[in-house]
Design a protein around this ligand. Structure first.
Ligand code: 5HM
Length: 406
């Protein structure tokens, strides 16, 4: 009898734990599908925190799976951050730790009030420039290892290092590691993060990491598989709740919205030529598309950056229109909604001194549906909104990969 009671108690306890700590899996083919599910889950989360960088609510160790890593950009005016994310990709791949570089594309890049180089930058760690004693070319090493041993489980880029966590260090990278794994002719990537800001950091991180994935896959001559993203604390700060609600209120987005395919074969030389062009654009030495000679994929990306520079250097509509007309792929020219480009204005707007064209027209008030959602979880203390698409079971990484032809 006593044993039966104990057994019952054990079962209840397990059920309760399962309810309180269900592990969330969010899966989607394109980024907006994931963002919608993610923000809905977060707005309903009852896990709250009050950290140095702000208070908010988070999901504990959710797994996110993007089935088409080329669908890495949101098609919304709210989160369509092509320019800033591409700028960050260039910053990483150049091996730079210089804040002036990244602030050309993201003027408010933290930490506030600090200039020069930052020790927690990813660039020197990825490229092994020697800065801050970081001399391992981790991206090249991963490609090399996967070439020699296709089934390896050691194709890992370590971003976080023990020294980052020493007392006295004000910042530490949020990404712990990136692991590339090849199965059934596809290259999958698993990104592991100790902490991830769902509103600002997450879309940029997904963009940059999936571009690394595509770059490595093309160098190996294999197809791009799935992108798995795992963050111990995936959080929404209170200061971003209104924007997250605005995002949800924008409605469903274009599911066919995927970036053009990176050319096949090793892209090392093309990337290095592109990064040289980027530097000249950022320094104001390139003002016209005619000065750029690159293969189409990289040429178009450089014109995206040139558009940002044209606005930043206030070159006027003639330059803007002329350079824009030289973009070859319709994805950037026609498919990218005007809001995707208006992001440049918003970025520059944040500095307050640039004269911008049309300002972002997003609603600034908390929408009614959002207020309802917030009140709901506050009152009830338990998630109220059913979120379609999360699952609580684990799933082998290769499922679905066979049907993907990226
Ligand atoms: O207190 P903590 O070091 O975790 O704060 C860093 C903040 O930057 C967090 O909100 C983290 O999620 C965000 N972050 C991010 O989302 C930072 C980096 C840079 O390492 C990143 N993504 N890549």
């Amino acid at each position: 009898m006593r044993n039966l009671k104990r057994l019952k108690f054990g079962i209840y306890l397990k059920l309760l734990c399962g309810i309180l700590y269900r592990s969330v899996i969010i899966e989607g083919r394109y980024l907006d599908e994931i963002l919608r599910k993610l923000y809905s889950e977060l707005l309903n989360s009852t896990d709250t925190f009050d950290a140095e960088k702000g208070a908010g609510q988070d999901l504990l160790a959710p797994t996110i799976i993007l089935r088409d890593p080329r669908a890495r950009i949101s098609a919304t005016s709210n989160r369509g951050n092509l320019i800033s994310a591409l700028g960050e990709f260039c910053w990483y791949m150049s091996g730079s730790a210089d804040l002036e570089f990244i602030r050309f594309y993201i003027p408010k890049y933290p930490p506030d009030g600090i200039n020069g180089s930052i020790e927690d930058a990813y660039g020197p760690r990825l490229i092994g420039t020697g800065e801050f004693g970081r001399s391992v070319r981790q991206i090249d090493r991963v490609i090399d290892r996967l070439k020699r041993k296709p089934d390896t489980r050691r194709a890992v880029i370590s971003i976080l290092e023990p020294s980052d966590l020493e007392p006295g260090r004000s910042d530490a990278p949020c990404t712990t590691a990136l692991q590339f794994i090849r199965r059934r002719g596809h290259l999958h990537l698993v990104a592991m993060m100790r902490s991830n800001d769902a509103y600002w950091g997450f879309p940029h991180d997904v963009f940059c990491f999936t571009l690394f994935q595509e770059y490595v896959a093309r160098s190996l001559g294999v197809k791009v598989g799935e992108y798995h993203h795992f963050a111990t604390s995936l959080h929404l700060y209170d200061r971003h709740v209104r924007e997250a609600c605005d995002y949800l209120d924008e409605g469903f987005q274009n599911p066919t919205f995927a970036m053009p395919k990176m050319p096949s074969g090793c892209q090392k030389e093309n990337l290095s030529a592109f990064l040289k062009v980027e530097e000249r654009i950022r320094k104001g030495l390139i003002t016209s598309a005619d000065q750029i000679v690159l293969p189409e994929y990289w040429y178009d990306l450089s014109l995206v950056l040139l558009r940002c520079a044209d606005i930043r250097f206030k070159r006027g509509m003639k330059f803007l229109d002329n350079n824009f007309s030289k973009i070859k792929n319709n994805f950037y020219k026609n498919d990218l909604p005007p809001s995707g480009w208006s992001e440049i204005n918003v970025i520059l707007d944040t500095e307050g001194k640039d004269e911008c064209h049309s300002r972002n027209t997003r609603r600034r008030r908390l929408s009614a549906s959002c207020v309802r959602r917030r009140l709901c979880w506050r009152r009830a203390g338990r998630p109220q909104m059913p979120v379609v698409g999360y699952r609580s079971a684990s799933r082998p990484i290769t499922v679905g990969a066979r049907s993907m032809a990226v």
